[in-house]
Design a protein around this ligand. Structure first.
Ligand code: UD1
Ligand code: UDP
Length: 387
């Protein structure tokens, strides 16, 4: 087997967490075959949005941090493309690995494909069919710049076929002759690996937070469709606060800095009310191990996050999704996730339903066997062997 140099591009919180699954599998099974270089675009930079994950999940510190930070889509993405291109020209890797659908993903895809480095996309094929989402454009363009595409679900795999990708392609794989795979989800690998560790390492976390198991609801909100529409954002929070008071249940909200910035700058009164309500705990973003504990012991999860939707399934928790549509459609088809947009009546209806029907729900294994990272790395190595 040839030794390969792989550039792993991360930037946003969920990508750092995803990279830990790949890094772990390289350390455990492929350290003789793969040298990993981690490039952090700097899209997320607060300690609790970035460094905390490198420390806690034992990922190698980034070999390069491009320090791009926050900016409008054009400026942010273009700075990342420039930075990634410089690293690629210096490092001359064998391939470039990308996760998900952020601006960091798109920048990596464009920089690498234009320099003719094979792009490998993990979480390929996900579609919301809503091109007003920045992530949808990032997904489509990243997939169509890729050579190996790893789709985590049946629906993602079918989406790729509908866009012209052909499962029967044979090697050598190139950007013009890409290979698509149906795999599981590397975040399921992570959940299996870290759930036990979270219980051990953070044994006192729930007590410190004064939380009682199964007697609080976990909420995350960060999607631009919610944070950038003040009427909508206010309606969501007011509805949730009213429900918490009516049902006398605690809402725990580790809020993304984007949401905090919006509340503090544009909805000051609401922010004051939320942070002074006995039924609500607004807290800064938490570490992944803490998040796992919050998810695992919650009564229900309410979110607009892609990752948190899936984790609700891993921990067998009903999930209310504050969006019009989702890429994780199997959760909705399964009846354990409900799309409510930001409609107060729908939020109320599903909230009451889930408070009553907890034990009747089932959570089939949609996301693989927990060894997806290993499978992906084997296939990457095979590509180089076949060449
Ligand atoms: C990005 C991704 C989104 C993903 C999310 C994960 C894009 C287009 N969006 O959204 O798909 O779900 O990451 O969390 O790539 N901020 C801070 N500190 C930080 C990071 C961000 O204060 O460390 C604030 C800044 O005000 C910034 C805002 O959050 O302007 C938005 O950050 P940005 O990275 O542009 O988008 P996200 O909303 O985080
Ligand atoms: N997460 C975390 N701490 C938090 C909120 C989220 O560790 O305070 C984790 C969460 O468990 C999931 C990932 O971050 O694995 C999801 O990231 P996010 O919601 O920011 O982005 P998305 O998945 O929607 O792209």
């Amino acid at each position: 087997m040839p030794h390969i140099k792989l550039i792993n591009i991360v930037g946003a919180r969920p990508q750092i967490i995803k990279a830990s699954a790949i890094s772990r599998a390289i350390r455990k099974h492929f350290s003789e075959d793969i040298t990993e270089i981690i490039v952090h675009t700097g899209q997320h930079y607060d300690k609790e949005m970035s460094d905390i994950f490198f420390d806690e999940l034992e990922i190698h510190k980034p070999h390069y941090n491009l320090g791009v930070g926050s900016a409008g889509h054009g400026r942010q993405t273009s700075l990342m493309i420039t930075g990634v291109e410089e690293v690629l020209l210096k490092e001359k890797p064998d391939c470039v690995l990308l996760y998900g659908d952020t601006n960091s993903t798109l920048a990596g895809a464009l920089a690498a494909s234009k320099l003719h480095y094979p792009v490998i996309h993990i979480e390929a094929g996900l579609r919301s069919f809503n091109k007003t989402m920045p992530e949808e454009l990032n997904r489509i363009m990243s997939d169509h710049s890729s050579t190996l595409l790893f789709a985590p679900t049946n629906s993602a795999f079918k989406n790729l076929m509908a866009e012209g990708f052909r499962p029967e392609n044979s090697p050598p794989y190139t950007i013009n002759n890409p290979k698509i795979y149906l795999t599981g989800d590397i975040m399921y690998d992570n959940t299996l690996f870290f759930a036990g560790l979270a219980e051990k390492k953070k044994a006192n976390f729930l007590d410190q937070m004064s939380l009682v198991r199964n007697n609080y609801i976990l909420i995350t909100i960060h999607r631009d469709s919610n944070t950038d529409d003040l009427v909508r954002l206010k309606e969501i929070f007011v509805t949730l606060r009213t429900l918490a008071e009516e049902k006398d249940i605690i809402l725990v909200m580790p809020l993304h800095p984007r949401t905090i910035v919006t509340l503090k700058n544009n909805l000051k009164d609401l922010y004051y009310e939320l942070t002074h309500c006995n039924h609500i705990k607004v807290i800064p973003p938490v570490s992944f191990l803490e998040m796992i504990l919050l998810e695992k012991n919650s009564r229900m999860i309410i979110t607009d996050s892609g990752g948190v939707q899936k984790e609700s399934h891993f921990f067998k928790k009903p999930c209310i999704v504050l969006r019009k549509e989702t890429e994780w459609i199997e959760l909705v088809n399964n009846g354990t996730a409900k799309l409510v947009d930001a409609d107060p009546e729908r939020i109320r209806f599903e909230f009451n339903n889930f408070m009553n029907s907890h034990s009747e729900l089932e959570y089939p294994g949609f996301y693989g066997d927990g060894k997806t990272a290993e499978f992906i790395l084997k296939e990457i190595l095979l590509m180089f062997k076949k060449e």
